[in-house]
Design a protein around this ligand. Structure first.
Ligand code: NAG
Ligand code: NAG
Length: 334
């Protein structure tokens, strides 16, 4: 009885934490660098058969751009890669990098490895990646002889990500003074009657902003906004930006058609604002006067990058550690 409760407690903690390492499930291969020999497609690298392998063709020596793009079953932060070279000391991967994307347009660097062992058909494990997205690309940037890789197997582990409410730690800045009792915190107090009411700002200022420090790094994808609805102080356009240091700001998307004259929640999706700090910049109101912003809330993905995982950290499967810091597992035991 006691042991059962203890087990439940442990399981509960692991899941509440949301940070348990899982196998990354691949939905499909959406792209690869080019043609391949019949029976040696890129799917051979993920078929679980350690004898089959991917063998691309018609690509010059030192191409160093042999890639496969995977659509994952959901959004993950991929942290660990296991790779099995064919081991013929000719077509063996020596260097590769990972990239991730949510839309296959913008790709984020997820880490790289420059010391893959060659001449050996044993699994090698590499840790410390941080590739967050729905799409994952491995780019093989070197083989031992410069000719195309023969890649036997590839697998990934990481953290499954789900859409969560973005927790705001504090408001760190806003565009200026406000009427007493109408500070920017009124836009996030959960009270739909209160509102933010900045003052001493000329008409058509179009730069009414609030900067939030979030409880951690997030990729913010969805915004909900509640206008006061008086057809005079209603937001019509806004944009999101994100930053990690409040110095460099990255564009996270914008909306140009917020409905006015109505005190109802409006939801907007498709943003990609990644960072520890988030800024909403209201760039237009219906009359050009300052906004009366009733409420604002954000959802997105908790971003584990920068959480302290470093390349070279131990992976959870306790494989053999080599003197040079790499990890090896004989595939007979996997
Ligand atoms: C793969 O990496 C090489 C070397 O950095 C780069 O030139 C190439 O554009 C990359 N390929 C893809 C598909 O990102
Ligand atoms: C808000 O957006 C306007 C219009 O693009 C721009 O001029 C202004 O610098 C932005 N404000 C901030 C704080 O980024």
């Amino acid at each position: 009885m006691g042991a059962q409760y203890l087990l439940l407690l442990i399981v509960g903690l692991v899941f509440a934490d949301g940070a348990s390492l899982v196998d990354v499930t691949i939905d499909e291969i959406v792209d690869s660098c080019g043609p391949y020999y019949t029976g040696y497609g890129p799917e051979k690298a993920i078929d679980g058969d350690t004898d089959s392998f991917w063998d691309s063709k018609y690509i010059e020596q030192y191409y160093n751009n042999w890639y496969i793009t995977f659509k994952l079953s959901q959004r993950y932060t991929v942290t660990n890669v296991k790779l099995l070279n064919r081991g013929d000391s000719l077509h063996d991967v020596t260097k590769f990098k990972l990239e991730a994307s949510d839309d296959q347009i913008t790709w984020h660097s997820g880490g790289s490895v420059n010391d893959v062992m060659t001449g050996s058909h044993v699994w090698q494990g590499f840790t410390g990646f941080s590739a967050s997205g729905k799409y994952l690309r491995i780019n093989i940037t070197e083989t031992d002889s410069g000719i195309q890789p023969w890649l036997s197997e590839l697998s990934f582990t990481g953290y499954a990500e789900s859409l969560v409410d973005v927790t705001i730690a504090e408001i760190v800045d806003s565009c200026g003074p406000y009427y007493t009792g109408y500070g920017p915190e009124k836009a996030i107090d959960g009270d739909t009657d209160s509102f933010w009411y900045p003052k001493f700002i000329e008409q058509y200022y179009n730069n009414w902003y609030i900067t939030f420090k979030l409880s951690q790094r997030y990729t913010v994808t969805n915004v909900k906004l509640l206008n006061r609805g008086d057809s005079l102080h209603d937001v019509t356009k806004f944009k999101l930006e994100a930053s990690d240091d409040q110095i460099t700001w990255r564009s996270g998307g914008s909306v140009n058609d917020v409905m006015t004259g109505s005190h109802v929640w409006q939801g907007f999706t498709g943003f990609s604002a990644n960072g520890k700090y988030l800024r909403i910049n209201i760039t237009e109101t219906d009359s050009g006067h300052q906004p009366w912003l009733s409420e604002l809330s954000f959802t997105g993905y908790a971003d584990l990058s920068g959480s302290g995982i470093q390349h070279g950290d131990e992976i959870s499967e306790s494989p053999m550690k080599l003197a040079d810091g790499r990890y090896l597992s004989d595939d007979r035991y996997l």
